[in-house]
Ligand binder design. Structure first.
Ligand code: BDR
Ligand code: CA
Length: 316
């Protein structure tokens, strides 16, 4: 099993990523930490709770509330893309299952308890991760591997032309993380990985969701809004960057190719704010991350299909 913490701004595919964390046979999810990103902070917490509930795992994995705004910038939402992130789903929980301990302290504590053994998957802006670095430098050595969803290595952004959402929202945090000295960072990009290897056409999507399980119905509910948005801007299908990122940690064979790069995030310019400069290792710069160059779309799709076929009993 793979022990890890999932740092998330829960909406749409973050929910699917959490499902992998809860239900994949290789996953040993120690905690869910929440960071400001996609939609309103309270709604994100509710989205995470509703995801655990759909899996019948409410209370099984602790949820820790983290930084509710970026380090220096005003929070930018992606509600135009995701709506409320779960298609209007609403459950009033009798117990919240949210821990008192702050997400940053949970990240520090869990990784320090078993140095070099617990990985972190960051699928939102990097505010919690950067704050953990700033609060206790030992964090950098204590984390086994850091998997990051963010940036582009092919020119195309999704928030401004130059930048992908997670790095755009908190570019300073992203730059702190990439220059902190983590030994094993893996980056799953928006372009090309998400757009080419983790985008499911509407026909594939309908086939996936056409199952009589709680999870398939939940999947459709949380992903419909984003699929409609994607098609309105010329992206042909439902995008799954966050679940692909978790899946690559759990099943490394999904990564068909990755290379060492020097990654830096633009913080100075407004025009290119959050741009990920990825310099090939042959350039005379110290490489600091593996950037995934190709992922196995077919194998990922099969895993998603198997995940949504699982029978679960919601807690509430
Ligand atoms: C990333 O931004 C968010 O909208 C998604 O959850 C994903 O983590 C894609 O740019
Ligand atoms: Ca996300």
């Amino acid at each position: 099993k793979v022990p890890f913490i999932l740092d998330t701004d829960t909406a749409q595919d973050d929910c699917v990523a959490i499902l992998f964390g809860l239900l994949d046979e290789r996953a040993d999810l120690r905690a869910i930490t929440m960071v400001a990103g996609n939609v309103g902070f309270e709604r994100q917490i509710k989205n995470a709770q509703m995801t655990l509930n759909a899996a019948g795992k409410l209370g099984a994995v602790p949820i820790h509330v983290g930084c509710s705004q970026p380090m220096l910038r005003e929070w930018v939402s992606a509600e135009d893309v995701h709506g409320d992130g779960t298609g209007g789903l609403s459950i009033d929980f009798t117990t919240t299952h949210v821990e008192d301990e702050h997400a940053v302290d949970a990240l520090l504590r869990i990784t320090a308890a078993q140095p070099g053994e617990v990985s972190v998957v960051a699928i939102g802006p990097l505010t919690n991760i950067a704050t953990a670095v700033v609060k206790d430098r030992n964090f950098v050595k204590n984390v086994k591997s850091l998997y990051i969803m963010g940036g582009s290595n092919n020119g195309r952004g999704n928030t401004i032309s130059a930048a992908e959402f997670n790095f755009y929202v908190d570019p300073e945090a992203a730059q702190i993380v990439f220059t902190a000295g983590f030994e094993d960072i893996h980056v799953v990009t928006w372009d090309p990985i998400t757009l080419r290897d983790a985008t499911i056409t509407r026909a594939e999507y309908n086939a996936l969701a056409d199952k009589d399980t709680t999870l398939a119905k939940f999947f459709k509910k949380v992903c419909d809004t984003t699929l409609d948005f994607n098609e309105s801007v010329g992206v042909d299908g439902s995008t799954h960057p966050d679940s692909m990122t978790v899946a690559t940690l759990l099943h490394p064979e999904l990564i068909l190719s990755e290379n060492r790069y020097r990654v830096d995030i633009e913080t100075g310019s407004e025009l290119t704010r959050g741009y990920s400069a990825m310099a090939w290792e042959k350039f005379p710069l110290p490489a600091n991350a593996y950037v995934v160059e190709e992922a196995d779309k077919k194998a990922f799709f099969a895993r998603l299909d198997a995940l949504l076929a699982l029978e679960t009993t919601p807690n509430q």
